[in-house]
Design a protein around this ligand. Sequence first.
Ligand SMILES: *Cc1c(COP(=O)(O)O)cnc(C)c1O
Length: 375
Amino acid sequence: MDRDKILLTPGPLTTSLRTKLAMLRDWGSWDADFNAVTARLRASLLAIVDGTDSHVVVPLQGSGTFSVEAAVNTLVPRDGHVLVLDNGAYCKRAARLTTMMGRRCTTLAFDEAEPVSPEALAVQLQQDASITHVVLIHCETGAGVLNPLQQVADVCERQGKGLIIDAMSSFGALDIDARKVRFDALIAASGKCLEGVPGMGFVFIRKAILEACAGNSTSLALDLHDQHVYMEKTTQWRFTPPTHVVVALAEAIRQFEEEGGRPARLARYQANCEVLVQGMAALGFKPFLDPAVQAPIIVTFHAPSDPNYQFKAFYEAAKRHGFVLYPGKLTQIETFRVGCIGAIGPNEMRQAVQAVGQAMREIGITSMTPGPHAA
Ligand SMILES: *Cc1c(COP(=O)(O)O)cnc(C)c1O
């Protein structure tokens, strides 16, 4: 087959031809044309969250995690205390990097099949006045759970705590309005719902707290305050920018706007998710999450309990049919994940379901019935 394999993962994602073609030129990092691209990109990112008046956006080289680490390191004073609301793998990663940046870190644990609880957060904040910042993962990509952004933000605002949101897999698709949701920092990246290529993240920082961030960072390369000051002064990135990634993201955002912006992106991902879940149900697969807490970003399915089932063989068979799937990230149960995001629509999702059915037959699985855990 001569089309690229479709990536049904949480990133990198399938990108459009236009986005790929945007990378066929070389740009100088000091060049005014390139710096104008960066400036336009920053303005359009701010517009997507309605944050033009309240926030700045600071781009950063690297994968999304680099920007999460930079946000924590830039926002949280060295004697600060971070509470991470933990219902999955990306939450655990955020807690780990917070500790490694030398900040005091506490986690509040929840079931990975459930959203985090704003009520439990309120209780914890009342019990421990030393907490300065809360970290929330908006869509926990590990299982695919949608967390209650507005309610968590409201609790933090009422109790006067800083809020750092990892919106990596939701930004650009799910509704985030900086005029309604109060946050100090919100992090996303090029290669997720904006459908750019991976290689840069960006952090929205509330203007009111920006000044106070000077000198917090224990890292030169991850200092977002310094990156921002330098960029404002010179229009340039502080260190070598990922030029091809930047121009590809600018082109991806042009297509995002042509498609109808965030609501249109969400509608397409919801359609993808519905086609996927219905098609998989017809094959006999059961999603891990209750539909009420499922974000239309990535779906975790129970693996068949058949002893012939092995993810690796299944993965290879699906790949031969043109679809790249993703392993599960749950600690207790055997699962696999299928992403709904990227430059794909319901047609590709129907083909993906067909490929899953064929792949299962090829590896000798006839019953998709999950193990007793899923009952
Ligand atoms: C993709 C993602 C990240 C970033 O992961 P990288 O591998 O560093 O790109 C962080 N948080 C969430 C919730 C994600 O989905």
